[in-house]
Design a protein around this ligand. Structure first.
Ligand code: G3H
Ligand code: 13P
Ligand code: ZN
Length: 324
């Protein structure tokens, strides 16, 4: 069936441009929370309304395949109305996380996304520039904002995995930004995807010095940090106490993320911590109440735990509370 194009403005969504301008000058970062189901979305909206924070709802290619892109789009539209019903509308961006082809980005732009990431970080520099430029040209004719990436994060990104970090080279950022026309830039400074970001015994530090150098080269330009979960150890403990097997799970210290958010970093991506919070809550209920089989009895507590986690990040790590 041929789908009718849908523009994000019809859905009540916003692009990220103004949010980033305010975040850069205000010294805080916008939360970019991934979602692929109803409970995650409910928790995100409740947390952002209660703290009066703008929010970026992120959908990965995998999430789109899992939950169906039509359903996700309607959920995002519902999020706008739900926030209004809760009494305090907040700016909501619907963002494609780690788009890997022009076609995927175009498809999202044509179906209501207000922001897309084109992740050409695994390509040669010139190929990355060309692909990113192509996406920007299409996106900007629809007033959709684009995030590009320079440098490669260690760990798994969709189907691609890298053993070690390839840090972003500060001397490349100015050229990349001006040649591509991107609205924001994801950089690699030692964060990584998933729950195992450092090895035991390793100094769990990210390279804030590289961030500073990048900021000096492109002052005021919106910078994005992927792989920014902190892997709360109480959640890891709860998971392991109730039958889980997560060994040596280590994340990024909240103090380092707070410092990054005070500077040019205006979008911080968090997915794994939400997965841990949900898993801990579900495991605990099912372990302590093996007679339960109503999904609401374990997904409800998971949703509550997510809301607490998201509010904590907004208030204590990102600093975006009250900025809606
Ligand atoms: O960057 C990765 C995000 O955590 C999304 O993960 O591709 O498994 O949905 P996913
Ligand atoms: P985490 O795995 O650290 O939550 O990172 C998520 C992310 O970067 C999504 O793009
Ligand atoms: Zn990412």
């Amino acid at each position: 069936m041929q789908k009718k194009p849908v523009g994000y403005k019809e859905l009540g969504l916003v692009n990220s441009r103004k949010l980033f301008e305010k975040a850069v000058t205000g010294g805080y970062a916008i939360p970019a929370y991934n979602f692929n189901n109803l409970e995650q979305l409910q928790a995100i909206v409740m947390a952002c309304v209660e703290t009066k924070s703008p929010v970026i709802l992120q959908v990965s290619k995998g999430a789109r395949n899992y939950a169906n892109e039509t359903l996700l789009r309607h959920l995002a539209r519902g999020a706008v109305e739900y926030a209004e019903e809760l009494g305090s509308p907040v700016p909501i961006v619907l963002h494609l996380d780690h788009g890997d082809t022009f076609e995927l980005c175009k498809d999202c732009i044509d179906s209501g996304f207000s922001s897309v990431m084109i992740d050409g970080s695994h390509l040669d520099y010139d190929e990355n520039v060309a692909l990113t430029r192509k996406v920007v040209e299409y996106a900007h004719t629809h007033d959709v904002t684009v995030e590009g990436e320079l440098g490669v994060l260690a760990g798994i990104e969709d189907e691609v995995s890298a053993e070690t970090h390839t840090y972003t080279q500060p001397e490349e950022v100015e050229d990349f930004v001006s040649k591509t026309g991107v609205d924001s830039l994801a950089i690699s400074i030692g964060t990584s995807h998933g729950a195992f970001k450092f090895k035991p015994g390793e100094d769990p530090k990210i390279r804030l010095d590289i961030l500073e150098e990048i900021e000096q080269r492109i002052p005021g330009f919106p910078i994005v940090l992927h792989g920014s979960s902190s892997v709360p150890q109480d959640l890891v403990r709860t998971i392991n106490e109730h039958g889980g097997k997560l060994k040596d799970a280590i994340g990024i210290g909240e103090d380092q993320l707070r410092e990054a958010a005070r500077s040019a970093v205006c979008k911080i991506n968090i997915d794994s911590d939400g997965r841990l919070a949900m898993t801990a809550a579900v495991r605990k209920v099912l372990d302590e109440h093996p007679e339960e089989f109503d999904p609401r009895k374990y997904l409800g507590p998971a949703r509550d735990a997510l809301k607490v986690l998201y509010m904590h990040k907004i208030r204590n790590v990102l600093g975006s509370d009250g900025k809606a």
